[in-house]
Ligand binder design. Structure first.
Ligand code: CUA
Length: 181
């Protein structure tokens, strides 16, 4: 029971105080502004690329990635002999996230577009492309697809930015962008 119960029990039928309706209007308009800001910032802020998401079983995704590697591998790198793959320009590039690596290394061509497919084999990882500002959560059972067109050649690091256990800090990958012109 309230200390001072409203005199009229049907308080919601009382007319709104002017100050109250002013504040409700301000709050509502501010909500609209913030909503439109999200849309604006997505377009003008050069933030994350638009992506598509599909359901996929980890095995099915791994099979597609392995098929790409078998077909387009150009060399291997490092002690772990991680394959470097050059998918065709305009084609599909697959990148697997798993404990605790990004597999394989992709070699893309500057100025060409690719469909970059990301998925996880186990649990949540974060795709963070350095030094650009692209961040995508990578979940198991979901295939995230980005259309990317590299505008700069060089070596880019893929950092996992979702904590994924004891090897999280070692979960580094690489993407090469080569200029063939
Ligand atoms: Cu994968 Cu942190």
């Amino acid at each position: 029971m309230a200390i001072t119960p409203p005199e009229n029990r049907l308080w919601w039928n009382e007319p709104l105080h002017r100050m109250e309706i002013v504040w409700i209007t301000i709050a509502f308009l501010w909500g609209v502004v913030m909503f439109l800001t999200m849309v604006y910032w997505h377009i003008a802020g050069q933030q994350n690329l638009s992506n598509e998401a599909y359901r996929v079983k980890p095995d099915a995704f791994a099979a597609k990635a392995e098929a790409m590697v078998a077909r387009y591998k150009v060399r291997e790198e490092g002690d772990s002999k991680i394959p470097v793959v050059r998918p065709p320009a305009g084609g599909d590039a697959y990148l697997i996230a798993r404990l605790w690596e990004w597999w394989p290394i992709l070699e893309l061509e500057k100025g060409q577009s690719y469909r970059l497919h990301l998925s996880s084999m186990d649990w949540l990882h974060g795709f963070s492309l350095q030094p650009t500002n692209i961040n995508i959560q990578v979940h198991p059972n979901y295939e995230m697809v980005l259309t990317v067109t590299p505008t700069q050649s060089g070596e880019f690091a893929v950092v996992c930015n979702e904590f994924c256990g004891i090897g999280h800090h070692n979960m580094l990958g690489r993407i090469y962008v080569v200029d063939r012109k």
